[in-house]
Design a protein around this ligand. Structure first.
Ligand code: NDP
Length: 448
């Protein structure tokens, strides 16, 4: 049977584009469909614009620190519309780069919403296309809780297009997105309240890391209402929003927006999965260790399988899939020791097991090495910032099974540590490494 394509990819986000390009490198005839701008969540509504806004938010602290280093006080006004404009211009530039990369790879791009007709056929508008293999890489989208007035809350999709900076921002949820945006908005000058239903933000992270980030955010003036749920949102005559709560406080007032950052779900609506054998569970596509769905010629990568919702994970899943199916190199994705960072102020990054996970796995053999100190940079700058570093070791084998850091440049530092943790380094290997002095990173090789 002959098809229009060897591989057709639905969704031109990080995972879809990586798979399409790698498969095309092997000589496969590849098409890709995208209903929105090229690049998916990461480029258009996630990692990239978020990180640019994180950089923007750091200047308020840097201006203050400068005075401690002998500079005269910096008087500077922040221009929100300008930031939004330049960030979106950069996103547009990246969209163009993706288009050129796909063109260069001979991947044919189709604009529009793709829908399955059967296991080898999709429609996009009035076009019908067939493919030997089809990849679903449709990503996810934010979910909003079902409470009265939730229509007044925006999500992370909209925040990159807000015309005005909120003066009083309320963030609902204490996951990655909630805490990162809380810190961005605070750094840019908004008054910020975060509402969480537990006692601490960032469930799933190491307890010390959670505590350190939460206390750091509070030191920066972010109000965190813990063990508080949100019952409803009212729009007041003044145009402001009143959030009605159960817990630490009864109400809190926000400007015209509050940000709902309460998780994401796979973007499967209207995909026509009912015309295939693809199965879903809890709203996500079921795929095996080779990213194959229950339909033998349909595969899925990235947030739509809801395994580990991180851009580099989706990219790796996609490239491994292309290597396996089109490159003759059968490989499987390893989800062990995937490093991750939270771009809060203070920043945090981690790889491997939390202390609690390690204790569950290795019991009393676990050894914990912890160091908390004031980084040299802040001795003159005057800010009460602390850095936390923590190594978790399986005492029986001396292997480092977890490394965690809260503090400046945590992401940059942990990326290097992640290589050796992935390789199975022992604590003795860390100890045998000479530190770079003076740096914060050297603490990882001097912990006793
Ligand atoms: P998360 O799942 O990380 O966090 C959701 C937050 O909302 C949690 O604090 C959760 O509380 C809370 N929540 C969920 N439902 C309710 C409810 N009904 N009532 C009250 N609180 C609720 O989702 P995000 O939207 O923050 O991020 C989605 C994913 O995007 C992340 O998992 C991550 O993989 C990815 N991401 C990664 C980033 C990075 O690598 N730096 C940055 C941004 C996103 P509780 O903990 O109590 O369940």
């Amino acid at each position: 049977m002959s098809y229009d394509f060897d591989l057709f990819v639905i969704g031109a986000g990080s995972g879809g584009i990586a798979t399409a390009r790698r498969a095309a490198e092997y000589g496969a005839k590849v098409g890709i469909a995208e209903v929105d701008r090229l690049g998916g969540t990461c480029v258009n509504r996630g990692c990239v614009p978020k990180k640019l806004m994180v950089y923007a938010s750091h200047f308020s602290d840097l201006f203050r620190d400068a005075v401690g280093y002998g500079w005269s006080p910096v008087k500077s006004e922040f221009d929100w519309p300008k930031l939004i404009r330049v960030v979106n211009d950069e996103v547009t530039r990246l969209n163009g780069i993706y288009q050129r990369m796909l063109d260069k790879s001979n991947v044919e791009v189709f604009e529009g919403h793709a829908k399955f007709v059967d296991s080898h056929t999709v429609t996009i508008g009035d076009r019908t296309l067939t493919a030997d293999k089809i990849l679903i890489a449709v990503g996810g989208k934010p979910v909003k809780p079902d409470i009265p007035g939730i229509e007044y809350a925006i999500t992370s999709n909209e925040i990159f297009h807000l015309e005005e900076q909120p003066k009083q921002a309320v963030v609902l949820g204490g996951g990655y997105i909630g805490v990162e945006f809380a810190c961005i908005l605070k750094g840019l000058g908004s008054e910020v309240t975060v509402i969480i239903r537990r006692d601490k933000i960032l469930r799933g992270f190491d307890e010390d890391v959670r505590t350190e980030i939460q206390e750091g955010m509070q030191r920066h003036g972010i109000r965190i209402l813990t063990e508080t749920t949100i019952d409803s949102i009212d729009k007041l005559d003044s145009g402001k929003l009143q959030l009605n709560l159960s817990g630490a406080e009864d109400t809190v007032i926000a400007d015209a927006i509050s940000l709902a950052a309460m998780g994401r779900k796979p973007n499967l609506e209207g995909l026509g999965l009912e015309h295939t054998q693809v199965k879903t569970q809890n709203g996500a596509i079921v795929a095996d260790e080779y990213n194959q769905t229950d339909d033998p010629d349909i595969f899925a990568v990235g947030d739509c399988i809801d395994r580990l919702n991180l851009t580099p994970v989706a990219i790796n899943e996609g490239r491994i899939l292309a290597d396996t199916k089109f490159g003759g190199k059968s490989r499987q994705m390893s989800y062990e020791n995937v490093p991750t960072a939270v771009f809060t102020t203070p920043e945090a990054a981690t790889v491997g097991l939390t202390e609690a996970e390690a204790r569950e796995k290795y019991g009393d053999a676990v050894k914990v090495f912890r160091s908390k100190f004031r980084p040299m940079y802040h001795t003159l700058g005057g800010r009460e910032e602390k850095t936390l570093m923590k190594l978790i070791v399986d005492g029986d084998t001396d292997r480092v099974v977890g490394a965690h850091m809260v503090g400046e440049n945590a992401a940059e530092i942990i990326q290097g540590v992640a290589i050796v943790v992935k390789m199975g380094a022992r604590k003795a290997d860390f100890d045998a490494t000479v530190g770079i002095h003076p740096s914060s990173a050297e603490e990882f090789v001097t912990m006793r």
